[in-house]
Design a binder for this molecule. Structure first.
Ligand code: MOS
Length: 734
């Protein structure tokens, strides 16, 4: 099915099942421990052997020698596979760094060997005995130092690194009110709960791999290239995933090591990356330096806006696209954005939840707050004044649907924004109390997505697609979609995901998963409805699917009757026309936060949070809310505590565990509220839905920074907003 004109009405509009707060259909499996995650599969042919990785001890250079004699002689050891033995390998198309193979070292903790043994402890002990000699080369590890030599990168997803409209320089020079500030965000780690893990089993030339992947087909393609085998010889399974946040978008080395280790040992082998590997072996969100300039009229209308961003990556990598939202969020006739990329020898930087917008809004939405303050305007009113219904860089392109103003107004009212006082004016015991606001913005991306649906003679519909559920609720919204299309209740639908034998879906990423994968299921269900009508001899134009029955005029039959003995099968794929080129599709929101800052210690506690989202039809308010509160929680982390500390001499992230890399825990998170504005976007898909999973993160950290300013009068521009940066500016305590 090609989606190339705005949707009119379709069976999803009934909203009998879609849009309802259906509980997760996989919830019981998960809370009872019966959902089998990557590391938990049991090979029917016998117990697995264990693989333990060895990581490079240097950040840049070459391996000159490896001695695995002691490791091989260690108790229980079945095989040792080294990067030298497997030799240079083709790199996956989605990876910047090579995962495994050859003597070259591109970053610290790059995998250089895997030791296979009967038990995990034996493998780990033997891994410590692998001796390696290196020829080390001094790398470049500091973004601040690399900034001056940073280069203009190649296009990011078909968008140029630089844009310009009007004449920014003269408009900024002549603006009566201006702001020119610099902001920094640190490197962030995905730190999802489930580590990267894979089990590999070979049967002749056939490889079965259980793993934890957001994108089944990307992984399968890149694994085939790395192993040098045909993609058809690999079956990949990833039905349950304990979080990804972008860290599992691209093939990771646990899969590669498990495959080589299983081949070498002749056993089924399981490999999980130990937690300390996750910071330096896998990808991370790169640090940024961002300069923002804004010029306005006296009345607050923006006349000039510029956003420049610097980030770093391994040679061949790309920038953190932190300026993207600034191209679209606010009006202003004269504007420019630019991204520059420094070559760094740190581990690969790559996508982490809302790549671009998440760190970009951490800067932009503080700058907007600062500008409003200079203008003595309410920051909500300042944002509303500068709203735009067209793409400001290309005014012929309208937004398909944009209700940022509605988010700001609804949020103000529900949060009690009118209670906000001037900076430093509210006190609650030892706490200085303040409120902050920020806009949320994230684009709506579209990827093709296919599905297969089967109707059996019991009237059960089974959906198969290689879509993944990374904790998001994919199983549930896909069941709701098929149920709505076929006039069934959710318990009559079976959903099978995360297997490369199923049709290729959009996968989970870029907050496109929900809208795209359900649209693929919609397309397949349209075909199944036609097949049902034809099997029953009904006219497919007026056929109605309701309560397990199919009706046409005054004829009706049970849905199951159409299945016959063999059942009915239909398969289709949603493909996208030019609607996302002719129109701008984005999602919007507003975050409101109240914080308390301890007047003596500078400790910040978040006291209340509210998100209001304008993001098309909400397919399931329970799973969508869960996405948004999870994202708000992540925004508390990136505001207050998360930072990968770089050792700029040796070139690695020092705090490579969950003790040193601090993410919020329950006690850090207050009452959270989420409001979804009632809407549908007929340009986005037949589902009229968009994404919320990344939108929920966008802007949260800036709202916290702005609330801290309102509480204390101290303006912080360098994340994380730790107490050491605050304490000097706090008022004297009596
Ligand atoms: Mo997302 S960073 O595309 O999983």
């Amino acid at each position: 099915m090609k989606f190339d004109r705005p949707e009119t009405t379709n069976p999803i509009d009934q909203m009998k099942v879609v849009g309802q707060p259906v509980r997760r259909i996989d919830g019981e499996l998960k809370v009872t421990g019966n959902a089998t995650y990557a590391y938990e599969w049991q090979d029917p042919d016998g117990p697995s052997a264990y693989g333990y990785p060895v990581g490079s001890a240097i950040a840049k250079g070459r391996i000159t020698a490896m001695d695995v004699g002691a490791a091989e002689a260690s108790p229980g050891v079945l095989a040792v596979v080294t990067t030298l033995a497997v030799g240079d390998r083709e790199k996956g198309q989605y990876n910047t760094a090579k995962l495994f193979g050859g003597a070259e070292i591109q970053h610290y903790h790059q995998a250089i060997a895997v030791v296979v043994a009967e038990t995990f402890e034996q493998a780990r002990a033997a891994a410590a005995l692998v001796k390696v000699e290196y020829a080390e080369v001094q790398g470049q590890f500091s973004l601040a130092d690399g900034r001056d030599t940073a280069q203009k990168p190649k296009d990011v997803d078909d968008t140029p690194p630089d844009t310009a409209v009007g004449d920014f320089d003269s408009a900024f020079a002549s603006a009566p009110m201006t702001l020119d500030e610099e902001y920094t965000t640190p490197d962030h780690s995905h730190s999802m709960m489930e580590p990267h893990a894979s089990i590999a089993a070979w049967n002749g030339e056939q490889l079965t791999l259980w793993t934890s992947s957001q994108m089944i087909d990307w992984w399968r393609t890149d694994l085939a290239a790395t192993l040098g085998i045909d993609k058809d010889n690999i079956q990949l399974k990833s039905p349950y995933i304990g979080g990804g946040f972008g860290g599992k978008l691209f093939l990771r080395v646990d899969a590669v090591l498990a495959a080589f280790a299983a081949k070498a040992s002749g056993r089924t082998v399981k490999v999980a990356l130990p937690r300390p590997f996750m910071a330096n072996n896998t990808t991370h969100r790169p640090a940024t330096i961002q300069r923002i300039r804004i010029g306005t009229e006296q009345d607050g209308k923006i006349t000039a806006i510029a956003h420049e961003s610097w980030s770093g990556d391994l040679p061949g990598g790309g920038p953190e696209p932190a300026v993207m939202q600034t191209r679209l969020l606010y009006a202003g006739a004269n504007r420019m954005t630019s991204m520059r990329l420094a070559a760094l020898d740190l581990p690969e930087g790559n996508a982490m939840r809302a790549p671009g917008e998440a760190p970009g809004l951490m800067a932009l939405e503080v700058a907007i707050d600062e500008m409003a303050e200079k203008l003595a305007m309410d920051p909500v009113a300042f944002r509303i004044l500068n709203d735009t219904q067209v793409d400001p860089e290309n005014p012929k392109r309208r937004f398909t649907h944009r209700n940022l103003i509605g988010c700001l107004e609804t949020g103000s009212e529900r949060f009690g924004w009118s209670e906000r006082r001037r900076p430093g004016a509210r006190r609650d015991g030892n706490w200085l109390v303040g409120m902050g606001v920020a806009a949320a913005f994230r684009n709506n991306l579209l990827l093709p997505s296919a599905a297969r649906v089967k109707l059996d003679r019991e009237g059960i519909v089974t959906v198969e697609t290689d879509m993944t559920d990374i904790g998001t609720g994919s199983y549930t919204i896909i069941a709701q979609t098929a149920a709505e299309m076929l006039g069934l209740s959710v318990d009559k639908v079976v959903v099978k995901l995360g297997d490369s034998r199923f049709p290729v879906s959009a996968g989970s990423g870029g907050q496109f998963g929900a809208n795209c994968s359900t649209s693929g299921v919609y397309a397949a269900c349209v075909k199944l409805r036609e097949a049902v009508a034809s099997a029953l001899g009904f006219n497919s134009d007026d056929v109605v699917f309701e309560n397990g029955e199919v009706r046409s005029g005054n004829r009706f039959a049970p849905l199951a009757a159409a299945a016959g003995v063999d059942g009915l099968v239909a398969e289709d794929k949603i493909e996208w026309g030019d609607l996302s080129k002719t129109h701008q599709q984005s999602t919007f929101g507003a975050h409101f936060v109240e914080v308390g800052v301890d007047v003596a210690t500078g400790e910040t506690r978040v006291r209340r949070m509210l998100a209001v989202c304008s993001a098309g039809r909400i397919l399931n308010p329970v799973t969508a809310r869960s996405q948004v509160i999870g994202a708000m929680t992540m925004g508390v982390g990136s505001a207050l505590s998360e930072e990968l500390a770089v050792d700029t001499r040796r070139g690695f992230f020092v705090n490579h565990d969950l003790a040193g890399y601090e993410v919020p825990v329950h006690a850090d998170i207050p009452h959270q509220e989420v409001i979804f504005l009632e809407e549908e976007d007929p340009y986005s898909s037949p589902m009229k839905a968009k994404g919320v999973g990344e939108l929920g993160l966008c802007g949260v950290s800036a709202a916290i920074a702005n609330a801290i300013h309102n509480a204390t009068g101290v303006r912080l521009r360098h994340y994380p907003l730790t107490l050491d940066k605050l304490i000097g500016g706090l008022p004297e305590v009596a």
